[in-house]
Write a protein that binds this ligand. Structure first.
Ligand SMILES: [Cu+2]
Length: 152
């Protein structure tokens, strides 16, 4: 799968791809939804996460440096208005979270501020989008949207 590139280009091709991945598959086979749905959640559905107006509910700092993303795991609750403040302490990196439609350059001394509404629970892999050197491939992590318990 070329899931990594889905949101790299904001063109119609990308839209079609994500519809196929998220919409069509889910509707076609309700019986398989549990298994398939979980899998799609695990890899992060290609759906673009909307922004929001007003102040965030939670602000998370992410530091990118050779060769890690710190913290490696950022957990936010479903429904939260999230602000990520991503900084680099050395060279240019880029924050890439395809499942949430996030792809921003991160310059040293120029933090990227990214806002998104945490909608669909799941694990969304994040990585560095700028080939920054030998350990580039180790610069990975995940954003986890935890499900709000529906008790009724
Ligand atoms: Cu990199």
């Amino acid at each position: 799968m070329n899931g990594f590139r889905i949101w790299a280009a904001a063109d119609n091709g990308a839209d079609l791809h994500s519809k196929w991945l998220c919409g069509g598959g889910a509707k076609a086979a309700p019986a398989l939804m549990l298994g398939t749905g979980l899998l799609v959640l695990m890899i992060g559905c290609g759906k673009k996460t909307p922004g929001y107006a007003g102040p965030p509910d939670t602000v998370r700092q992410i530091i990118m440096k050779k060769w890690e993303i710190d913290p490696k795991r950022v957990e936010v609750p479903q429904g939260a208005r999230v602000e990520l403040v991503v900084t680099s302490t050395d060279v240019e990196h880029g924050i890439d979270v395809p499942g949430l439609g996030i792809r921003e350059p991160v310059q040293p001394e120029h933090p990227a501020v990214i806002r998104f509404l945490a909608q669909t629970p799941g694990v969304y892999p994040m990585s560095c989008s700028v080939l920054c050197g030998r350990g580039h491939n180790q610069m990975t992590g995940e954003i986890v949207i935890t499900a709000r318990s529906s008790s009724k």
